[in-house]
Design a protein around this ligand. Sequence first.
Ligand code: PLP
Length: 420
Amino acid sequence: MTSSVSALQAVRSAGGYDVGRIRADFPILDLKVNGKPLVFLDNAASSQMPRPVIERLERYQTAEHANIHRGVHYLSETATAAYEGARRTVARFINAPEEREVIYTRGTTDSINLVMHGYGRAFIGENDEIIVSQLEHHSNIVPWQMLCEEKGAKLRVIPCNDAGELLLEEYGRLFNARTKLVAITHVSNALGTINPVKEMIATAHGHGVPVLVDGAQAIPHMKVDVRDLDCDFYAFSAHKMCGPTGIGILYGKARLLEKMRPFEGGGDMILSVTFEKTTYNVIPHKFEAGTPPIAAGIGLGATIDYLEGIGMERIAAHEHELIAYATGQFEKLDGVRIVGTAREKAAVLSFSVKGVHPHDVGTILNEDGIAVRTGHHCAQPVMQRFGIPATARASFYLYNTLAEVDALVAGVRRVQKIFG
Ligand SMILES: Cc1ncc(COP(=O)(O)O)c(C=O)c1O
């Protein structure tokens, strides 16, 4: 750690964002990996869990667990109240107009597939068109391709420039009378680009077209207001925002959700069943068949309480400092290319080191205790756009420090020395 970084960090702590205190909430950050302190920079894939969320899960398992929605006994009522309370917390967090517009899913992928099955299969037909962007994660491409295959519909793709910014004029030109849905990511997981989704939603609505936003990489890092965005659907996962795996959210406007078919059939999603006819439950339960991951849902509520306790704006400001500092340091490294240089960028740094395969970069960094992700990041069309098979990607979160950026830079220098 350089002395200038120490000074900067101290000033920041004095200003109220005490990264040391935040780090103390995350037991896993005390790990040593290969004898070195863990430097965890793989947050875009999955982030770590703070002690208040771990403790909330423990409390649930040790004193509150029973199946929900079905019992009149103490534990079932306690678990139901906690699970539905977490739904209220989510609704408030994203400023959803109504709680029933918040559907629990297994994660972003599941949320998008729910819309594909429930909305796409009912309202998108032969020769209809779905607009996606060149920056999408596979989970916002493949479900739509499957729908196109089934229905004879077509995918139209918004291109991006060399910085990784979507070309909005091209986007505007993609609409026609057959356009039935826009499905775009809020933040690119591979490049970090923050897309102007509010503006893009307004454009789509001008053509009478609904919009699904993949918010997997946005919701952990910035204040998201679905009412202000006016999105029709918004999908995200808890595990990328310090929460548990196996749970996520689909927000949808009630008038659309009410028209949609359920994705899965089973218990909890019905009002009545006879062999002649089943009447579906009201939203959101119509989309929540079977016993859900109750603990994970309650954990998601605790996660939101934790993030709000720090403040989403303050988290975003901290991450902005990290990415600005990391970008400046990487620009000084000869033979290192930053992939994704959008003006509006989240704290994601994708890069390649000349003459070194990204997997080798990742392996050598791991020797120093540094966790980065290497590969195509489930976004192969992005890699194709930039003419590369893979990158190394450092992705930062609320507990990362400028000193960890320095460790990353030193690690990359070591990679270059080994391969030099
Ligand atoms: C932009 C984006 N969309 C969707 C997903 C899929 O999320 P999950 O695997 O939690 O369903 C990811 C995960 O990396 C992502 O980054």
